[in-house]
Design a protein around this ligand. Structure first.
Ligand SMILES: Nc1nc(=O)c2c([nH]1)NC[C@@H]1CN(c3ccc(C(=O)N[C@@H](CCC(=O)O)C(=O)O)cc3)C=[N+]21
Length: 299
């Protein structure tokens, strides 16, 4: 094994520490406590675990956490009414509606009902457009976390060949926008890309966000490249019982023999996603009050 392991867990703790310091200063100097509202519709056990750890980390960083758990059969009108109340509540600076929503709810409609200034996920069409045109936006947490890891590892990304595998609205597309803004040459590869291995082999930076366990293997990686693995896939439980191993979209063992640096799963991008959610909540709070934004915590 030759690759440097990029420790997302440790870096996320550092980011949370910086958020916490800034929150403490906001309280002391301005009497402001940022607030994050998380809305969960239905009872998906994995989502509940994730929402709980977000709530815990929000409170640990000194912010207020408001959890709204709604039954799976909640009507669209009721959900939209809750979002209206949160939009109007000055104690709420960030709103996150956990996705995916149950099938009877229109995700686009619900997301676009959130006040763009409180849209800490960066999924509102206004924020998508602001990001794409290089204006001040709320930036989606997972791509922002990947960018922070890349900047930390490389310093400047200017001129590097970046290949993003996956074209989702929540990771692939905003990731491509951020890399472009940092002057990478960006290719977005996906399930229909011809000779995808050859495309990926040209990359100095690979961001894998396809949601297919261990799809990218070491022979796809250019020697010395940096590999950011966004995937979180649970393999089927082994015979001896247990929950099944968590793996990324990259086959770690083989990729680590070729790459210059690689993020592990777990302990890579996942913890950065939550740290960036806290950072975005802080940024939204500062903007709402016309205060200086935290440095190094935005794109
Ligand atoms: N509106 C919305 N925004 C989201 O950001 C969002 C969402 N909906 N729906 C669900 C997904 C999932 N997600 C994760 C974030 C962190 C970890 C994480 O920290 N994972 C740990 C370990 C997880 C484990 O051990 O199970 C790690 O990778 O090290 C995982 C998953 C955010 N999501």
């Amino acid at each position: 094994m030759t690759a440097t392991i990029i420790d997302g867990k440790a870096f996320a703790a550092e980011v949370r520490g910086r958020v916490g310091e800034h929150v403490a200063r906001l309280k002391e100097e301005n009497g402001i406590t940022p607030g994050l509202a998380v809305v969960l519709v239905g009872e998906d056990p994995a989502s509940e675990v994730y929402v709980r750890s977000k709530g815990r980390q929000t409170i640990e960083s000194g912010m207020n956490s408001y959890e709204h758990k709604l039954p799976a059969d909640t009507s669209e009108a009721d959900l939209l009414a809750l979002i209206d109340r949160l939009n109007a509540d000055p104690a709420v600076n960030g709103i996150l509606v956990q996705l995916p929503l149950p099938g009877h709810l229109n995700e686009d409609l619900v997301i676009n009902a959130i006040d763009p200034a409180k849209d800490v996920d960066g999924f509102h069409i206004s924020n998508v457009g602001l990001l794409a045109t290089g204006q001040k936006a709320m930036v989606p947490c997972t791509p922002l976390g990947c960018l922070m890891l890349l900047r930390e590892h490389h310093g400047s990304l200017s001129g590097l060949n970046a290949v993003v595998i996956g074209r989702s609205n929540i990771v692939g597309k905003p990731m491509a926008q951020l890399l472009l803004r940092d002057s990478c040459t960006v290719t977005v590869a996906h399930s229909r890309t011809r000779d995808i291995e050859a495309v990926v082999r040209g990359a100095d930076i690979v961001v894998a966000a396809v949601g297919r366990a261990e799809m990218v293997t070491g022979d796809w990686i250019k020697p010395g490249a940096t590999v950011i693995d966004v995937g979180i896939n649970r393999l089927p439980p082994a015979e001896e019982g247990g929950k099944g191993r968590l793996v990324g979209d990259v086959e770690f063992e083989s990729a680590a023999e070729v790459a210059g640096a690689i993020t592990p799963v777990p302990g890579g991008v996942g913890p950065m996603t939550i740290a960036c959610l806290l950072a975005n909540t802080l940024t939204a709070t500062c903007r709402a009050h016309g205060l200086a934004e935290p440095e190094g915590l935005t794109a």
